[in-house]
Write a protein of this length. Sequence first.
Lengths: 332, 332, 323, 323
Amino acid sequence: MTAANYDTARGTALLEMMERIRAFERQAELAAIRDQLVLGAIHLSLGQEASAAGVIAALRRDDLLLSTHRGHGHTLAKGADPTAMMAELLGRETGCCGGKGGSMHIADFDVGMLGANGVVSANIPIGAGAAHGIKLLGDDRIVVNFFGDGAINRGPFLEGLNWAAVFELPVLFVCEDNEWSATTRTATMTAGAGAAARAQSLGLRSESVDGNDVEAVADLARDLVDAIRNSRQPAFLHARTFRQSGHTYFDPASYRSQAETQARIDADDPIERQRETLQGAGLAKDQLDAIRQAAEAEMVAALEAAKAAAFPPDESVFADVQDIGSPEREAF
Amino acid sequence: MTAANYDTARGTALLEMMERIRAFERQAELAAIRDQLVLGAIHLSLGQEASAAGVIAALRRDDLLLSTHRGHGHTLAKGADPTAMMAELLGRETGCCGGKGGSMHIADFDVGMLGANGVVSANIPIGAGAAHGIKLLGDDRIVVNFFGDGAINRGPFLEGLNWAAVFELPVLFVCEDNEWSATTRTATMTAGAGAAARAQSLGLRSESVDGNDVEAVADLARDLVDAIRNSRQPAFLHARTFRQSGHTYFDPASYRSQAETQARIDADDPIERQRETLQGAGLAKDQLDAIRQAAEAEMVAALEAAKAAAFPPDESVFADVQDIGSPEREAF
Amino acid sequence: MTRSMTYAGAALEALREAMQADPKVWCVGEDLGRGGVFGQYKGLREEFGELRVSDAPISEAAIMAAAFGAAMVGTRPVVEMRFADFALCATDELINQIAKARFMFGGQSRAPMVIRKPMGMWRSSAAQHSQSLESWYAHIPGLVVAVPSTPQDNYAMMKAAIAADDPVVYLEHKNIWANEGPVDPDETYSWGTARQRHAGSDLTIVSWSDCANRAELAAKTLAAEGIGAEVIDLRSLWPWDKQAVLDSVARSGRLLVAHESVAVGGFGAEVVATVCERLGGAFKAAPRRLGAPRSLIPYAPNLEDQLRVTTDMIVTTARELCQ
Amino acid sequence: MTRSMTYAGAALEALREAMQADPKVWCVGEDLGRGGVFGQYKGLREEFGELRVSDAPISEAAIMAAAFGAAMVGTRPVVEMRFADFALCATDELINQIAKARFMFGGQSRAPMVIRKPMGMWRSSAAQHSQSLESWYAHIPGLVVAVPSTPQDNYAMMKAAIAADDPVVYLEHKNIWANEGPVDPDETYSWGTARQRHAGSDLTIVSWSDCANRAELAAKTLAAEGIGAEVIDLRSLWPWDKQAVLDSVARSGRLLVAHESVAVGGFGAEVVATVCERLGGAFKAAPRRLGAPRSLIPYAPNLEDQLRVTTDMIVTTARELCQ
Ligand SMILES: Cc1ncc(C[n+]2csc(CCOP(=O)(O)OP(=O)(O)O)c2C)c(N)n1
Ligand SMILES: Cc1ncc(C[n+]2csc(CCOP(=O)(O)OP(=O)(O)O)c2C)c(N)n1
Ligand SMILES: [Mg+2]
Ligand SMILES: [Mg+2]
């Protein structure tokens, strides 16, 4: 049952974004497994779409975003073109990084997406620094900085959060807690009361949310983003979710019970939950299915376009290294 | 006024140790300034003697200790020979590290002192690791791991404490909070409620103490050390104190008010406080002065002996680098 | 008795035997309890338990530092860094602490550690998962640097690394985990001794890690053309087998060094410089290095290929040298 | 107009002028508000305020990373690492992030940063406060490496580093902060150009950083003996002035490279290897390197001296080369 003043337009938009993220990743998975066209590792965020969609819905286009190795959803939600993203996964010239980065380094500076990162936790202080830059430049943008539950055990978590709090920087840290760090249950290697408690001890306003409830995420994110934009103080959001897939697309996750995983998926999938919410708000199943079909069609087309694109020119491997002392083929 | 069951012997021993530490550092300062015999930087712990004396009094000789750049006090309290320590400061062959380490790398493995460290925060996870080794070996020793208030802003603080808690290691972390990080007031660069709150968020039992009250430190340390020895779980102690001197012996501390510093020293010197406590417990001023004189005499002799010692043989620079591929003078 | 093993399997077997022989040997790293990312620890958890085959939080600095602390009190850790690139998160720990402790403390401590860092280009892993930084570690006093290229060496050198009282930076190449080869457990390894991978007297090719495998292939091609290449696989970069290289170049008069890492500032420079210092102008041709251009490792496979030192390149350069 | 400045003062002046000219330039590091540990930032807090002359927590990783983040959004940070040794606490940030971002992101980002790392032996600072690791950075694609040796160069190169859109690892030598010399603010500097510190045609001495000052002194002594040494101060190691070195050695036929850092795997190897590759056997004598033995930097002054490359050693080796 949904409240009388329920915002159907927003709810629909959130579902659309989640469907697009999932459809993108399903196509990426096909590109990898069926087509064998993705050589590097890709990390899917199946089941975690709500935090990407919900948090980023609260941002302006000129706000900034940093992400992790599991960053397709964030990138798409920030407004990146799925064809350029897919082309990047396939290492093509038309990829958003010209085929040089791949999934783990996906970035689209035009929409304020400053990069995924292959090193766990590394983007935490970099994102704080982007906010530091904004403070120096004196404008009113803010930064959102995503990372996983495993990332809170590396030093940059502490250094980055302390930095943001000390310098009073406009950044929202979002810990997407999917319970897993590769093949390890994060809880077994993490002491204390968890991410939010750590953030609080570092002086940040710190909130937790059911990260599979996209409406709840969106509400809280709106509140936090407004507070950050006005106060220019950092905040922290702990979003509890679940990694439905293996760590990488080629990880069968044989270290955990398939039955339990399936039960979790059946009971608590963010997309199914939002479909129910919208049905409760009066949308017809057909309407919801149409959203899914549109998303799928978009991403099938993205994959087709990416496949048709050329590989980057060989010489581009010598471009964009540096201005001074740029490498040449005979440089050795 | 002291309680009826006051342990005069312990109180006297604590004063003796503090006097020895102070006398050692006064001689070290003379060696540096008057004699110009200490070339490298030394960091004095004047005013911080109580945490060294109080905590380490709770240890067994076979327990282990790690320290910082400001580590003379800890080393002495653990039982190191002041002559060998002074010789190390003077870079002599008889120094406890053969003249290779100096003040910032002082160590005496025979008494379980596994080293000062020139890199802030670096010893925190190393100390956790020493406790990890003890756990693997299966004996009942514990580790005490000292660091400053500035060290809680580096990543190894988080990683080391989480490590100790996750692996349930017998280690006591002691943050000696002297309010300063070199020329910077630590509070200006540290967010949140402080060291103890951070430790708590990482799952450690965490206590605070007036670090200039040596009896209070000793009481709490005894309690913590007993708990650690029995439970094999880590704990954290935040000892509030004050750095009476400059950061290094050649730092005039012109960035802070000399008057305020002096007022703090006059009001709250751990040695003066303990002298008062002991007078309250019935010891005569003469007895207390005799303790001081004995300490001074010991350290004057230590400096004299160190001065008389030879510099290490030149060839020792090629010793103790490594077994495999040990360097030779012609190795280049 | 000689058995066939993979490169990964040989190191696993060496580690298993070392753990059976000495209860002080243990290993630690992320995901080790499930066998490690590349299966290099498979079965060890079951055999030795979770204390001796320890998982770790994603805390590279603490993994390195804690293992060091445990080494100082007398255990013998094998430290898994997962990708050599991530080991950069523990650089202070390795360089400022582990490599220096014994010396700084005047010989009071030892750091008997094996620090495993899977290195090199592998399957479009891009700039943060592909690096070869062996020259960095060779430059750091206190460290031993192992760069095995075959199952045999990954067995014998792993055993030697675990037995060593020094910290050994142990760089396995990710691209050859599955390479099979004979392993004779009784073949001994002694640090700083190279292996001749191919005999020949027209030119000396020095290499290590996976590139040594390509150098051997190149030598076979060259032999068919009548060019005799002596291929020297250094196996360890510190110490390294100067004498084998000097003797070979003294015979052949021609030197080619080939490695996957960036040529500028690579260890190939050390080899060429050392030989030139010792042999002066006694060359039949100017020495040559083959290494990666000073660019970053890209994702797209065709771009990645631009940075590779291939068997063909070794053959071509060798031919040029012998003209 | 030429003025006399210290090495530290010259960089301070360059930084001040750059901050005056461009509000996007700022600096960050521990204790900067009080002028920095070596006084290299004296007066800047008073002139530019605490936002642009920022203190920092003891968080080297975050200092590096946050400055990088701020650089990506268009500011131009000057990052102070205090001692080059502590910069090892920020290695992932420098090597895996800063050096690679522009390339990995297909040219979308820039990291216009100056990363100051005071290096070298100074006053018995022992193993953790004395290192010279310039060869590491020269090996890393994406980085520019500056090693100024004089007040003039510390002025002009600091200006050039701040103006650069690349990350510049800026290695100042702690031992020469107080060295005085003339600074002509109009003398331009262009990356990868060496400075001839002494003319001569009997032998080429290549050096950089403080060692170049010793090489110049050595050349004066040698000149008095009738040995003409051309001293080439590289000033930057990436890019480096190959042409100047090759031209000089082509004339002199003798090469000596001298640097303070460890010889094994030092950048001297790159210089010698490059020259040998290009010039083959065209030497009058085998080239030589002078660098530290592969040992750790000790505390005792007499031990520290064992590792130094002194003016005398340069003179002696040069004489041997010219015999
Ligand atoms: C510094 C570092 N250590 C290890 C890895 C290997 N690794 C990649 S993802 C991952 C798990 C990360 O867990 P979490 O932060 O929870 O993110 P998730 O994968 O669950 O999204 C690990 C260990 C890495 N990329 N970087
Ligand atoms: C990683 C690192 N950064 C910076 C320094 C320089 N440094 C030496 S001591 C010090 C202040 C440390 O403050 P704190 O931890 O509170 O210890 P205290 O000096 O007050 O005892 C600094 C910044 C260092 N040694 N290591
Ligand atoms: Mg996770
Ligand atoms: Mg302090």
